[in-house]
Unconditional design. Structure first.
Length: 195
């Protein structure tokens, strides 16, 4: 009997924190955000001819189910100088995917996301294979995987304290045609109840 009573008390003790955590999870909201971001890019793959590109993103997130949202993001970045080249680079990207918001009982809300789409590079030099001419623009597949933390200023206005993403693209460079990049940003988020 004592063992049964201990089990019952243990379940009650576990039940209360779970119930409180569930009650604290945010209502599904429609989010719109703008963010300043820096992209740590690499021109040739291998030896890091790395450089920073300044830019920003705008995104909209629509709730799907529980803490999952569909996300659409547009972004752009620019640099005037690529190390080792006498040219700059501008990019525009459009991606979509899923976000998971992690419920907490504080004003901080972490999230994780994966986005897939495309990127267009322009105002630069994109080499071509033998027999073809180089161009000043190129388009390719792109994806980001990462996350961040939002902080509530009010019910409808949040600050994106930080967002960090692995950013992959396949713009032409004749050295693997792959870019493994890092994006870091912060901004403001506007939220509205979906109901």
């Amino acid at each position: 009997m004592q063992r049964l009573l201990q089990s019952f008390v243990g379940l009650l003790l576990l039940w209360q924190p779970l119930k409180m955590a569930y009650a604290q999870h945010p209502a599904n909201t429609i989010d719109a955000s703008v963010m300043f971001s820096d992209l740590r890019a690499n021109a040739p793959v291998g030896g890091c001819g790395c450089f920073w590109m300044a830019g920003g993103t705008a995104e909209v997130a629509i709730p799907l189910w529980r803490n999952f949202s569909a996300v659409a993001e547009m972004g752009g970045h620019h640099t005037d100088h690529i190390p080792g080249f006498n040219t700059g680079l501008s990019t525009m990207s459009g991606m979509g995917g899923l976000r998971l918001r992690i419920p907490t009982s504080t004003k901080f809300q972490p999230f994780a996301q994966a986005l897939f789409g495309g990127v267009h590079g322009f105002d630069s030099y994109f080499p071509a294979p033998v027999g073809k001419l180089p161009t000043n623009n190129d388009s390719s597949f792109a994806m980001t995987i990462g996350g961040g933390v939002d902080f509530a200023l009010s019910r409808h206005i949040w600050i994106r304290v930080v967002q960090a993403d692995y950013y992959y693209s396949e713009l032409r460079n004749l050295q693997g045609d792959r870019q493994n990049q890092f994006r870091l940003g912060a901004g403001i988020v506007f939220r509205r109840n979906a109901k």
